[in-house]
Design a protein around this ligand. Sequence first.
Ligand SMILES: Cc1ncc(COP(=O)(O)O)c(C=O)c1O
Length: 486
Amino acid sequence: MNKTKTLIADMFDPEQFQVIGHHLIDLLTNQLSDQIAGNASVFNWRAPALEDINWQQPLPITATFDAKQLIDKLQTQVLSNNLAIHHPHNLGHQVATPLPIAALCDLVASLTNQAMAVYETGPSATMLERQVIRWLSTLIGWEQSEGVLTSGGAQANLTALLAARQHTAQSNVWKDGIADHQRMCILASEYAHYSVARAAGIMGLGTNAVIKVAADREGRMDIHALEMAYEEAIANRLHIIAVVATAGCTPTGSIDPLMEIGDFCQLHDLWLHVDGAHGASALLSEQHRESLKGIELADSVVWDGHKLLYMPATVSAVIFRERKNAYAAFAQDASYLFQGNTHEEEAYNISYRTLECTKRMMGLKLWVAFSLYGVEGLAALVDHAFLNAAIFAEKLQDAADFELLIKPQTNIVCFRHQPSILELEALNQHQVKLRKDIVESGAFHLTQVEIHGEIWLRTTLMNPFTESKHMDSLIDLISALSSQAK
Ligand SMILES: Cc1ncc(COP(=O)(O)O)c(C=O)c1O
């Protein structure tokens, strides 16, 4: 064999794959058990500019095939500098503590590389996706719906809003643009995710086209404020594309009153989009599904797998109650897809319905998780997360010098430390400093959020390994840091 041939054969060598694969699995298994046990810190924090200095190696030119060096580098440079996602002190963002089996499915997805743009490039991948969408639809309470998996909730929101615009517009805006159309707007809670405004920007409406509807004290969209926003939009001759309700809003995890908003939308013939990226998984739980009552009235729903379905990033579902609307986002008229047998097959070509052309096989991990653990298993994760949030909230209420923002409706808990009567600015700075010190120490990961000028510490109780004692440690740590600062 000449050198090129040898090189190529070695790169694809199945034996090498197996050997390195076993090493990697061993490495990851050790890391997983260490993290679950809460060994070491949640972060090995280094400021990004400093860390960047360690990543200035010259471009590698020669093939080394040095698997040992590779494993060492993975261990010392990559894994040890990760945020320890399975560590019980990881209370930061709404990022899933992924199910290990789902990570293995991602390996399958990578090696088999089913491109999925059209059925032929991923027959089983296409079917897996359709199956998973049907399961999620069943949980919403829909029978004839259809949807797709996308890379993330932001893209899923964009897809839903594009469909809403196409469905409600008085002309074919997909083809002719919006220049000659009546000005458009979207009504969404002040706590709606920024991807809604971003979608409006991408759609050429301008981010100001999202009219912010005030929320009540519990962070839920105020229905009277919605009525007023609607009246004002009509008076201003705006064309309302959609009302966006959020089930599990990002800052506080609050769930908008879906039934009331759904009734309102039906009354006024408005498209209801429910951004359930975070909270739709409450549908799995017998205990919590009631909080999403009314979701079935939506025209479209977004549901992230990589949040409370415990999948690795990324996998999100955007589902449309009416099948035809699933084709509206990226097509002027999808009716031809359903005329006769020849075209019916086009419905299996997923790229008609997504921003992506080539797309990763995202359905497998969800299909495997549902197949192995059932609704029962996945619901247990949600129930546990929500219970943990309730427990932590109670502890904060009982602790001296802590203030809870609101009783958690999902698994997000916002609070602040209030050591003595501080002016707002000083109080805000106190939270910022606490968070910075805690994160940089590697003790815990948590976030902060600004609500009406007030800064609150924010924790997301996603991690199934976080226990009462870990919550106590965080409260103790904050109290200790505050005393030191005095
Ligand atoms: C309510 C809500 N919608 C949408 C998104 C965006 O989802 P993704 O990060 O999957 O793009 C988020 C992200 O946190 C969210 O909380």
